[in-house]
Design a protein around this ligand. Structure first.
Ligand code: HEM
Length: 141
């Protein structure tokens, strides 16, 4: 699977135009399909919604800057140890993220776009998951 940065950036631009609707949809989807993760999150998600969306935007911005991207993802992975997140949660979050992106991308969502976002999430899962696992192993979370 390959990441096509042009497709990621153009579909992201189409999705971003929908503003806060996007993250609201993501959390609705996640909690409906995976209610077990709901208690990990604060009751009121307003601030959290913005931060998650800002993180996705940062990933898109730094897509071709591997060093920065890996640093951002490692930091996120380490911090997630303190939120009760586990590597086993990544497929659920990725599924809801992909479903949400597809929902808002409109015509920009093609099989190639889906393949690119799936590959991006593969990198996210890999790098964040490894940093999370390492942090959990130190027992400092
Ligand atoms: C694409 C992958 C993910 C991204 C980009 C992401 C991004 C973020 C960001 C930016 C924050 C705000 C705090 C911070 O910057 O450390 C956050 C908090 C959080 N994330 Fe994630 N996250 C991802 C995956 C996950 C997964 C797999 C879980 C597991 C269920 C999870 C659960 C949480 C929780 C529980 C919080 C704290 C929420 C709260 O305070 O209510 N995240 N995430």
């Amino acid at each position: 699977m390959t990441i096509n940065p042009v497709l990621i950036k153009s579909s992201y631009a189409a999705i971003e135009a929908h503003g806060s609707e996007v993250t609201a949809h993501f959390y609705r989807h996640l909690f409906e399909h995976h209610p077990a993760v709901r208690p990990l999150f604060a009751e009121h998600l307003d601030e959290q919604q913005d931060r998650l969306w800002a993180a996705i935007g940062a990933l898109v911005t730094h897509l071709e800057d591997t060093e920065t991207l890996v640093g951002v993802l490692e930091g996120l992975g380490r911090r997630h140890a303190g939120y009760g997140a586990l590597p086993a949660h990544f497929p659920a979050v990725g599924g809801s993220l992909l479903a949400t992106l597809a929902h808002f991308a409109g015509d920009a969502w093609t099989p190639e776009t889906e393949e690119s976002w799936t590959a991006v999430y593969g990198v996210v899962t890999d790098v964040m998951g490894r940093a999370l696992t390492a942090e959990l192993a130190t027992g400092s979370a």
